[in-house]
Design a protein around this ligand. Structure first.
Ligand SMILES: C[S@@+](CC[C@H](N)C(=O)[O-])C[C@H]1O[C@@H](n2cnc3c(N)ncnc32)[C@H](O)[C@@H]1O
Length: 282
């Protein structure tokens, strides 16, 4: 089978062809569209799912996915990579504090969208930042992900205590004004985020590939999601973010991500290129 990736044509091996068929089937039957995702990680995940679930061939999995919606949802949850952290890349949050917060102060109401928020640590980091800067009461954080299971955990805001050391350190490095522990209660090897932080947070499923714009945002954060997308899909999703942002709004990407796939990169100016923070100019 010949497969077109941008300008190049690849010849696929049998397993890779099976995966292509499976992705088509998933889309045609249930509307989940992973066809624009980078294949390396996707293929590894399919291979692991097949081994773990005891299927012999991709075709057997495909047969079942077409017929069993619960199996399909389970499979889709296994396709996404959900690694995240509190104040991940602390410098990103330091720059938000120094460069973005002062501009947000002039807004009577602030809308922030965390797209691909996984288990919510990123959104809670933002909630802490807004609280410390006195902006929490006039802000709303929309935290979305394609994976309903990770969103369940995000809503609860409960994490294993082994994450606590790293969270404290990242918070400190990000310029945190208090102690990270002031925002959590601990017990039973878990820590839970303070209920006050959740007051203005909305957790909801949203698929960046198939769902619509989240309008009139002052800030869109989508970190470590585009790396799993091929260039054409990156372009579509960056266009979605551009449409979702108010003029002058801010876009934060992951450290390994860029605007290079976006059809008109000059629509954004870099606020801090190192941490991939941009501002919409037109
Ligand atoms: C590696 S995590 C990144 C989490 C967080 N943004 C961070 O940087 O730590 C990638 C997240 O993107 C989500 N994701 C993948 N495809 C998506 C899509 N089409 N729409 C929305 N979220 C998606 C995954 O479910 C996963 O939770």
């Amino acid at each position: 089978m010949m497969f077109q990736v941008g300008e190049q044509t690849e010849i696929l091996d049998a397993f890779e062809v099976d995966v292509e068929c499976l992705l088509e089937a998933l889309y045609l039957r249930w509307g989940y569209d992973f066809r624009g995702y980078s294949r390396a990680s996707l293929r590894r995940r399919v291979a692991r799912y097949i081994a773990d679930a005891g299927f012999e061939r991709v075709a057997d999995l495909q047969h079942e996915l077409i017929r069993d919606q619960a199996r399909c949802q389970h499979f889709v949850r296994g396709l996404t990579v959900n690694v995240t952290d509190m104040f991940r890349d602390p410098q990103f949050y330091a720059v938000l504090r120094q460069r973005v917060i002062p501009e947000l102060r002039s807004h009577p109401f602030i809308k922030i969208w965390h797209a691909g928020c996984s288990t919510g640590e990123e959104a809670y980091s933002m909630a802490i930042l807004l609280q410390e800067e006195g902006l929490a009461d006039r802000s709303v954080i929309y935290a979305t992900d394609i994976n309903s299971k990770v969103l369940e955990q995000a809503r609860k805001g409960i994490y294993h205590e082994r994450m606590l050391g790293n969270a404290r350190e990242n918070y400190r490095l990000s310029g945190g004004r208090q102690r990270f522990d002031d925002y959590v209660s601990s017990g039973y090897e878990r820590f839970m985020m303070d209920g006050a932080l959740k007051k203005n947070m909305v957790f909801t499923t949203h698929d960046l590939v198939t769902d619509q714009v989240f309008g009139e945002m002052q800030v869109v954060i989508c970190r470590n999601v585009l790396i799993y997308f091929r260039r054409e899909l990156q372009a579509r999703v960056l266009t979605l973010f551009h449409q979702s942002l108010d003029l002058g709004g801010f876009l934060g990407l992951g450290i390994k991500e860029s605007l290079s796939a976006f059809p008109s990169p000059s629509s954004f100016r870099p606020i801090d290129a190192d941490v991939r923070l941009f501002q919409r100019m037109d």
